[in-house]
Design a protein around this ligand. Sequence first.
Ligand SMILES: [Cu+2]
Length: 387
Amino acid sequence: MASYPARTHRATASETSSGAFWMVATMMLGFTLAVVGFFALMLWADARESRDGAAEPAAAASAIPAASHDHATDHNTALPLNSFAGVVPENAAALAEAHKAYDATLPPVPAGDLVKVQMTLKDMVVEVAPGVKYNTWAFDGHGAPGPVVHVREGQTVEMTLTNGGSIPHSIDFHAARIAPNVAFRDVAPGESFRFRFTASDPGVFMYHCGTKPVLAHIANGMYGAIVVDPAKSLPAADNEYVLVASEWYLNGDGIKAPASLDMAKARAMMPDWTTFNGYANQYVTHPLTAKPGETTRFYVVAAGPTLDTNFHVVGGLLDRAWVNADLTNPPQNGVQTVLVPAGGGAVFDVKLDKEGLYPFVSHAFAHVDLGQVGLLKVGNPTGTMSH
Ligand SMILES: [Cu+2]
């Protein structure tokens, strides 16, 4: 049997001198790096100073109304960014009470094989929170979101888009299988454009303006939901509500004068308000309703423009969850929170047997803090919700 004695290593004269060489070389290299590092630091400080200097005209530019493309394509993202989160006038509670909440009720499906949808775009001021005004580019003069479109699988949608705004816009339906360069093309101000698509896939889908920069067009309120019922009906639900989640990026508090888009904050994903159906906390003041034991169906779209929504009902479970709004497969059952990605949707059934106030939220709690919370009022409970 062969044996393998342990090998020891003894430095030879030539190895010793080469070791000394490497030691000196390493020291030299270290010194060089220190010098280069120092100069790099100086250059960085210099660049930072000149960038800070450039921030002033950029801040002035942010006062330009949202309808300006120059502002939307301004790539300044200098920090710090001013937050207007939670800034409301003193009479906010009264204003919230007086606000007419966006009707979340799912409208009925029109009869016939062809569903004609007509929207006229309009530049308009809306409120995104009590007393907080914002310059939107709105689909169909509704503010944001645009109207809910409700069709059945197999129906044809004929969309007529009239641009009553001041810059080009378009409409992109996620429910459509269609060449976008044709159907989702820009429509110039004063012009109309019509296209058709067949609603071949059931679910709840986002629609939005797809004109560049899309971030600015969606952030300015150009989004909505289309619900496509499956040909084979879902289990019956007693109440059906549509919630479009989105976030707002303001260049001012919007109290004295309407705010416009702060593109730097949109890029930095630093919203001032996050909402269901365009207005912070509106269903806290004006809750959605159900009776004890009823099944309530939520069609949820996360319009973004960038942030997801983590849908959750406090005090309940999502009894049925059609994740990603895939209505062709069985739902998941009894789940707590489901991610609705930006640009995506999901359908949830919630059955609540006990009378009470049940908050529905994005469980990413910064969103709740910024306004993405509502209440489902089951029965006629007494008292208020403490959180
Ligand atoms: Cu647009």
